[in-house]
Ligand binder design. Structure first.
Ligand code: NAD
Length: 481
């Protein structure tokens, strides 16, 4: 393996940065020419995006390795294949998505002759900001399919990936229709001053509030893909070993820095010891520490914390829990490459204010709080007393337990007995609710997000005898009524 480089702690700026006013004017001209609206233009750019990924897979893997220390297979399976999957769906379906949608069936009798329908029209320029590949390019697929030009503000937290997107995108896609902006808060702020057709933002809730407030000034519709604490509910009927294996397989991916990673576990209290034992056994087996030759932190499957601030935050959770006697498993720590093994903390349900942020804030890392609760009703009350999560997971052998939890809680998505699968289901909308986000995308829902659904009626002059009933003095209408 190549020596790992730490280069994520600075804001990357490059000659690719182009001032927003020029970009705005250029993309507006492209939109006004109506070129982006045609099916041929949409299909061309969707396919080109696919070729961009296929032609440059090795360079992309190297860029993500430099940014996040992630192995090549993980980059392809977690970041790139979902993009190709979505492109495939959009190329097959976009012609159908674009068609007008008739609303004739539920119309009142007289309206049936006016061809009531919904016309799908591109919203205009889209601005998106995101994370490496998947979170940047999947929203872009929706925008291209909808016939919208787009500005992509890539994240400063993955500078090598962002620079590669800025280099490749104008070479593969219409450079007059799609622009990449590098930079951080300053560049985002400049972009937000413009009036866009739609804004799709991915990131933290705190910045989400800034984006929503700025968009309100120009009344720009906004999709917010935020995060939050995604809970796991473990019922007494769960298979503890399978639950632990499936949960930590996902929790360890990208070192827990996934918006839908399981954040904390609510376990029915008579099973808490059995569950903790299953967790410890799973973590030791799947992610063995040094000096094992399979030591997980040295394999390409493990990832680094994205910066020293987040690394130090994890260490402070672990140290504080240890001082309080609440640490049940300490993960291996490698400060040089900012890697941390899974750590387990047992918390009280009312630990707010004592945990140094572990139970209050989104963890976004490999530390897992396990919280005993009296029963499933107590778990539901705990979840409902907090902001709505992006994802919710239920481990139970009985489907009725899953149904009870999802009927009585609100979350962006919910999965029975597995984790993070919602993001791979290309035909299901992906998004949050309340504090975890507004709106959604992926597949047809991405197309709909960036499409204006215009209500259309046609009332030709041949309808005059009917329309004339409305003219004063309404004598004929009164006769009918
Ligand atoms: P972040 O909020 O720090 O940054 C996101 C983007 O906002 C960056 O491009 C940054 O340049 C920009 N930004 C930062 N400050 C800004 C400001 N003052 N004004 C305008 N723009 C500004 O997010 P992050 O740390 O990169 O991501 C972590 C968070 O994102 C977590 O909460 C996670 O759950 C969430 N997330 C959500 C999804 C999803 O699809 N719902 C996906 C990934 C991450």
């Amino acid at each position: 393996t190549k020596p790992y480089q730490t280069n994520t702690d600075f804001v990357h700026r490059s000659p690719f940065f182009v001032y927003t006013t020029q970009i705005y004017a250029r993309l507006n001209a492209r939109f006004d020419s109506l070129a982006t609206h045609s099916l041929a233009y949409r299909l061309y750019n969707l396919k080109q995006l696919g070729y961009l990924i296929k032609d440059n897979e090795k360079r992309i893997q190297a860029a993500v390795y430099t940014d996040l220390g992630k192995g090549g297979f993980d980059v392809s399976s977690g970041d790139l294949w979902p993009i190709l999957n979505e492109i495939d769906l959009a190329v097959r379906r976009v012609k159908g998505w674009m068609k007008d949608e008739s609303r004739i069936w539920d119309a009142m009798f007289s309206f049936k002759f006016m061809r009531p329908r919904i016309k799908k029209q591109p919203k205009g320029i889209i601005s998106a900001w995101n994370f490496p590949w998947q979170l940047t390019l999947c929203p872009l697929i929706g925008a291209i399919a909808a016939g919208c030009p787009a500005v992509i503000k890539v994240s400063e937290h993955a500078p090598s990936s962002s620079a590669l997107i800025a280099e490749l995108l104008p070479r593969y896609l219409d450079p007059e229709g799609y622009a990449v902006v590098l930079g951080a808060a300053e560049e985002s702020t400049k972009l937000l001053e413009k009036s866009w057709g739609h804004i799709l933002y991915t990131g933290s809730g705190n910045v989400g509030k800034i984006v929503a407030a700025a968009a309100a000034k120009t009344l720009t519709p906004t999709t917010l893909e935020l995060g939050g604490k995604s809970p796991v509910v473990v019922s007494s009927c769960a298979n503890m070993k399978i639950a632990a294996r499936r949960m930590f397989t996902i929790k360890q991916m990208a070192a827990g820095q996934i918006c839908i990673a399981p954040d904390y576990v609510l376990v029915v209290k008579d099973k808490v010891n059995e569950f903790i034992d299953a967790c410890k056994e799973t973590v030791d087996t799947l992610f063995p520490p040094s000096p094992s030759p399979w030591s997980f932190l040295h394999t390409p499957q493990s990832s680094s914390m994205r910066n020293t601030g987040d690394f130090d935050r994890m260490i402070s959770y672990i140290d504080r829990a240890e001082q309080q006697g609440k640490l049940v498993h300490r993960g291996e720590i490698n400060k040089d490459n900012r890697r941390i093994g899974i750590s387990l903390v047992k918390m009280n349900p009312n630990a707010e204010g004592e945990s140094g942020g572990l139970v209050e804030d989104e963890v976004f890392g490999p530390v897992m709080a396990i919280i005993p609760v009296d029963d499933i009703d107590a778990a539901i009350r705990y979840i409902n007393a907090r902001p709505h999560p992006l994802a919710l997971y239920v481990c139970a052998s009985k489907r009725s337990v899953f149904k009870k939890v999802i009927d009585q809680t609100w979350s962006g998505s919910a999965t029975w007995n597995d984790f993070a699968f919602a993001t791979y289901a290309r035909n299901l909308p992906f998004g949050g609710v309340g504090a975890s986000g507004w709106g959604s995308y992926h597949g047809k829902d991405g197309f709909d997000t960036f499409t204006h659904h215009k209500s259309v009626l046609e009332i030709p002059y041949i309808f005059e005898p009917l329309m004339a009933l409305r003219y004063p003095p309404l004598t004929n209408l009164r006769k009918i009524l």
